[in-house]
Design a protein around this ligand. Structure first.
Ligand SMILES: [Zn+2]
Length: 194
């Protein structure tokens, strides 16, 4: 799924989670929803600018395709950066550390726990919506296995076109929902003050 959709779905989750009363936890959860994709965004921007202004393009075709269909699968820097927070293994280790520290009432642990709930939710959605380029599930123990989901959020051969329409529709509904809730809250706060 696209990064903004991850954020929107997690924003709904954040509203529905009853134990999320502290602002820090909520911010951590929302940060976790986009964190797994940030390295890829930064690498793509950096390499695009580098090949545009400072170096000769390594391919006669599109640089973007070279980055996302070549380096993405073969370059260790790209593999590590993209899969670190997408990996189930790393997410479960971080979640366990966070849970362990939370039981001892450590503030850092509560933030880590909710951050990892966000990254794990992101990762599970990605696993179900990628066919050829999904996350490396067991990274760093295994650098090859990706679950080939029958649905891809972008590959036409795996309902990519249909899924894109579905994804945009869900995004639109969530935005309407969040705006409605937000306006209701503003009205309630104004009523309390008056
Ligand atoms: Zn992702």
């Amino acid at each position: 799924m696209q990064t903004p959709s991850h954020f929107l779905l997690t924003a709904v989750l954040a509203r529905k989670a009853p134990s999320l009363t502290q602002t820090g936890s909520k911010i951590s959860l929302l940060a976790g929803s986009i964190l797994p994709d940030l390295p890829l965004v930064l690498l793509t921007l950096g390499y695009e600018l580098y090949y545009r202004w400072f170096a000769v393009s390594p391919t006669s075709g599109s640089v973007m395709e070279y980055l996302h269909f070549d380096l993405f699968f073969t370059d260790p820097v790209w593999i590590i950066s993209h899969n670190f927070f997408h990996s189930l293994v790393i997410n479960f280790v971080l979640l366990t550390i966070g849970y362990w520290g939370m039981r001892r009432e450590q503030r850092w642990a509560r933030l880590l726990f909710w951050l990892t709930v966000g990254t794990l939710f992101h990762s599970v959605i990605d696993i179900l919506t990628h066919n050829s380029d999904g996350p490396l599930l067991f990274f760093p123990l295994n650098w090859r296995y990706r679950f080939p989901s029958p649905v891809s959020y972008w590959e036409a051969a795996y309902y990519g076109r249909e899924f894109r329409i579905f994804e945009y529709a869900v995004d639109a509904l969530i935005i309407i929902y969040l705006i409605t809730v937000w306006r209701k809250q503003i009205r309630q706060n104004a009523a309390v003050r008056s």
